[in-house]
Write a protein that binds this ligand. Sequence first.
Ligand code: PHE
Length: 517
Amino acid sequence: MDLIGSNFFHKFLKQNIMFQTVEISNNEAKLLYFLNSRENSQPVSMEECIESNLTEEEIRSASSWLKMKGLVDLSEVKEVKYELGDEGKKYLENGFPEENLLLLVKDKGELSIDSVMKLMGDSNARIAIAQASKFGFAPVNGKISMNPDKWAIFKEEIERRKQILKLIEAEMPLDKLFETTLQNLLKRGDVIYSRKKTRWNLTITDRGREYARSTPIKLTIGELTPQILIDGSWKTAEFRKYDLNLQGKQFHRVGRHPLKYLINEIRDIFLELGFTEMSGNYIESTGWNMDSLFIPQDHPARDMQDTFYLSSKSKVNFSKEEEKLFRKFGSVQKNGIRGYRGYGVDWSLNESEKLVLRTHTTPNTIRYLSKYKDIEGGFFSVEKVFRHESVDWKHLAEFHQIEGAVHSKDTSLATLKWFLKYFYARLGFKDIRLAPSYYPYTEPSMDVIVKINGKDVELGGSGIFRPEVLKPIGIKYPVMAWGMGLERLALIYYGLNDLRQLYESDIDWLRNFKIKI
Ligand code: PHE
C-alpha cells in the first residue's frame, strides 16, 4: 500500500513532478541529506532515520514525498514478532508440565493418574498427560509408565521448546530448525503469541544522491511566524515556493452549521444592545415551567403546549427557599394579589415537583429575574425546547426559542413593539405584523406574524408580564418579554420551505447555503 493517498493521486503527482524542477521541503531535505551522509546505499529503517532529528510522523510524510519525487525508494518489510503468554512465562520459570510429569515418572518408574492429579494440580496434570501421550507415554489402565525407547526423542523436543521460550523472552531471532516446534507451541493456549508487523525501509536512489550532491543545503521558510517578522530574519531568508497551478484534490472548508450561524448573528444583536445571556436545563420542574408563570395546576393552559412529562416517579426536591417561593406562587394562583383576583383553585407542591422537558425557555427568564431582581436590564437566551407535536413543515417536536426580557422603569408596550420591529429588521425582516394574542402570564400579549409561502405563520409570542408573575419574585418595574421560534425564522432566512430541511444534513446545502433575506 502506498503511504499517502490513492494510487491515482500518486501517479498523477509523479507525472506532474517529472516535468518540473524538483522542489523539496525542509523535512524532505533533512531526511535526504541524512540518507546521503551514509556511505553505502543499504536500506535504512524508519527507526534509524530518527537520527535525522525528525519525528516519526515527519519521517513518514517526508519519505513518501521523496519517493514520489524519485529521490528515495521505500520497501516494505513484513515481520513476525513473538511474545510469551502467561502460561509461557510460567513454563519458562518452572518447566513445561509434560517435562515435570515425565521427570516424576522416570523417578518412580510408574505413576497413577490420581497421584499425578494430586502432585500437579488438575489443570496442569491434564495438559501434561495430553502432551506426554503424543510421545508415546499415554496412560494404560490408569497408569503412566516409563518407556526408555521414547525418552531420548522426548528430551530433545522439550529442550527445543525451552530454547524457544528463552529466545522469545530475550527478543532474539528464532532458528529455522525450530519451525515445527514453534507452530505447535502457537497452537497451545496462552503459551506464545505471534504479531505481524510491517516496517518500511528507505533507500536513497541514484537520482537522490545526484540531487543531494548538486543542490547545496538551503533551508527555506515554509511558514511565516510572528517571530520571523520580529527578528527580521525574513529579509534575508529564502521562502518555500508553492505551485499554485498544480491541480490536486479538492478539499472542502469546514464551516458552521447554518442554524449555528444564525444563532450567532442573533446573539450578536442582543450582546451589542447590552443584554446578558441566560442558560437553563432541558429538564425543568413543572413548578418553574408553569407555576412560576401563573398557569394554574388545573387550568387548560397546562395543555396549551403538549408536554413531555418524565416518568411519574422522577421529582425534583426544591430547596427551602424555592419551596417558600413556590408556596407564594400557589397562593397567588388561588387567591390572587391585591387588585387582581386569583383562580380560586387548590394548589399542591407535589404537582409542581413533577419533571418535564421544558416546553419553553420562559422559565429561564423568571429564574434570572428572581435572582437579579434589583437590576434593571435585559436578558436573553437561544436554547432548545420540546413539545409533543406532530411534525410537519412548520412544526417540530424539538426546536429553539429566542427568549428574552427587559426589566426597566421605562418599559412599556410601545418599547416592546419598537424592540420587536428593530430586532427583526436587524436580521433583514422588514415586514412583520404584530397581532393581539393571549398568554396566561402576559397582559397585553402580542404575536409576531409573517407570511411564508403565502400563509400567515406565527414567529413567536410576547407581552408585558402580569403583576401575578412579578409580585411573588419581588420585581419592581414593568418587564417586557418574548419567546420566538428560531427554526421558522431560519426557514425564511435561508429560503427553505420545510423546517425538517434544517436537520436533514443535506451536504450540498450545508456547503452552499445562502442567506436569502
Ligand atoms: N413562552 C411563550 C411560548 O412558548 C412565548 C412568550 C414568551 C410569550 C414570553 C410571552 C412572553 O410560546
